[in-house]
Structure formats: C-alpha cells, structure tokens
Write a protein that binds this ligand. Sequence first.
Ligand code: SF4
Length: 425
Amino acid sequence: MSTAIAQATPLHPVQGASELASVCARHPDVPRLVVLKTDVQRRGVHYTDRALALLDPERHSVTGTHIFGARDGRIAPRPESLLLRDGSSIITTPTPLEQRPYVVDHVDGRLALVDGGAPIEEVEYWPRPDYYAKRTRSGLPMKFVVSARPQRLNVFPYRHCHFWNDGEGCLFCDIVPQLRKGKDDLGIPARLDPEDVRETVAEALREPGRFVGICITAGSNTRGARPFDAEVDYYVEILRAIGASFRTPRFPSQLIGTAFEPAQLERLRRETGLTSYTADLEVLDERLFSWICPGKARWVGYREWKERLVRAVDVFGRGRVDTGIVAGVELARPHGFATEEEGLRRTLDEAEELASRGVSTVFIVWSPRPGTALAGQRNASLDYYVALAEGLHGLRARYGLPIDFDDYRHCGNHPDTDLSRLLRP
Ligand code: SF4
C-alpha cells in the first residue's frame, strides 16, 4: 500500500495495531479476522472522504432504516457496514474521530481498514440488493420496509418500544430517539403495513441465491389482554405476510421479541412459519438487569425471562432458541461489575446455566451511543470480548447446541457465533 496515501490518512495513536497483535497472540484459536472484526465493532469506524467517494448507492447498501443510531449521532447516507475477505460482516457505525475509531480509507485502489496510519486489512462495502431501488404499491421505498445484510433480510415493523412510555427503556438503547428522527428526516412510518412487508419480501426473494434467512424484530409492546398479546398479534400478521412468499409451511426465520409466555409462543409456532426465537436478556445478572433493563424487569423479571426462554426450547426445539446480551454493559458505571474478570466469570456462569437447559447466549459488542442513557461511557477491552466469544462458543460445543440460525451468514453481528464454523459436531 502506498506510503503517501497512508501518511495522508488521519493519524491516531499506534496502540491499536499492537493491541490487536497481542490479543491475537493470547487467543491463538480465534482467527485474526474475528479478533479484528470485534475490535472494529468495539471502536467503530470513520470513513474518509476518499472512502465515501467510492460509495455508489447503485451498487452498495447505504444506511437505510436507522432503527438504532450511529455513534456520531448523525443520520446521513453512509455505508451500511463492511465485509471482510472471509465473507463475514462487520456491523459497525461511524464514530467521532476523537474516540479513536478505525479509519476506512481508499488505499492503492482498494478499501482498507487503517489504524495508526497503517492499512491493516482489506474490506468491501455491502452489495446493494436489487429491490432497494423499488417502491411498494403504497409508495414506500422498499429499502425502508426491509433492510438487507449481505445474506439476511431484516424486518423492523414497529419502531416504538412501550417500555419508554414509563421511562423504562433499556439504558443502552436509542430506539425512541431514532423513531423520531426516522419519521422526521426519512418519512419511515412507526408501524409498517403487513402488505408493504409482503410485497417487499416477495421482491427481495426474486434475487437468486442471496438470502439465507429473515429476521423480524421490533420494540416491545406491553398492550393486550395479557401483557405483550398485541406484540404477538402483530408478529403473527407480519410473519404470515412474509410466509406468503414461501411454498413450504416453515421458512428460515428468527423472531427477536419480548420473552413471551408459552401460550403466546405456541401461537407463534402454530400460526406462522417461524423457525427460531430469540428473547434478549441483554445482561446476565439479576441486579444489573433491574438497573439496565427496567421495563423488562418490571413487566417480566429476570428469573421469569430465563424460564420463558427455557420453555421456548420445548416449542421451537434445541438449537433454535437463544438470548442476546449487549456485552460490556455489565461493566457500565456506576453499578456494573467492578472488574472485567468478574464480568466475564459471572456472565459465563449464567450463560452456562442457560446452555445446560438448551438456551444459547450470543453477544453484540456494546457501542455507547449519544441518544442513550449510558452515552459517554466506554465499552470493554478487546481481550474481554475475545475471551467472551471463546467462552460462549465453548459452551455451545460442550452442550451440543447448534447456532445455525444466528451464525455469521444468518446474522453476522456476533463474534462468538462467527466461531461456529469451528464447532465440532
Ligand atoms: S426492549 Fe430495550 S433494547 Fe429492546 S427496543 Fe425496548 S428499550 Fe430498546
């Protein structure tokens, strides 16, 4: 790569590259690209003007629904995210330069991740799916109805979360500030019409061989005869609209919803083609759950949330149920674990109890964003995240839990499930 171009790249302390190398050396069983991806998610990215000049909305995915915010708080047409040479994704967002993100630059004719002024890995922008250029019959741009990762379709049908009505949204979340921005700046409706979803999914699936699964998620809706019945009603409508594109009764799908009661789960299974279920605990500790997820704690509670996950295994089967955590938030100030050692040990202990009962735990890297209650805090060290990825992967290996529905192709946002390609049967 050309020295002249590398010198023109914004310079930051070189600590990053050496930290990456030393973490790789300490975790020889974790591929370097997984460590790098984790670090890019941890630190975020800054796109240089040269890199942005290569972004072609006709060929690349440009940030679409903005359901969650960027670390720099902006809504702007920027690359949705990045692809690595091994075909895995880095899901990350633009981050202010003073926070020392990786830099994405145009170096010697290619896009590269640059750190400390040195290019360290080639990357690509996500390819734009064909349907992004189209509109539904109601006139809505299809890219606002269903967003695409490299191999998965994401449907975010409801952009409000009722926990916020009582000031009980999760402390790391910015769904409601983003709902306002999405409505005002982009004209995205808070609640999608299932017919728009049906049309868009049908159009997306015309592109041969690209998508391996569909993920549906939305904010929690506490309404209904029993809490969350309204959320289930709407998911049934949306899943049936998606299912209209399939000739088989079941289709590859993941619902990330609230922790539903068994009767609600059975209804989802019976009335739709849903094949896997996720209900995010966000943090694996009862005391921290009550602090960080006050709405979930009041409406369901930590222990009951776990029990509902275990009961979901009876409905969807082993290897078809997991819970997500926002890794690093368990260390947030002022109530988080005092040390990373304690955070790792306590998180893996809880994850093991869940794994022993058939429930996988997957993590995303906590990215402190300006519209959240924990804005301005720092996430954990790279070593912490890599050890957590190894630990969670190791639990799945020990308890024989497949994670195909949430792996590098179906999701791409979990460093721990990137390791499932190494999992022995
Ligand atoms: S449940 Fe928590 S993380 Fe999910 S949308 Fe509501 S506030 Fe955000």
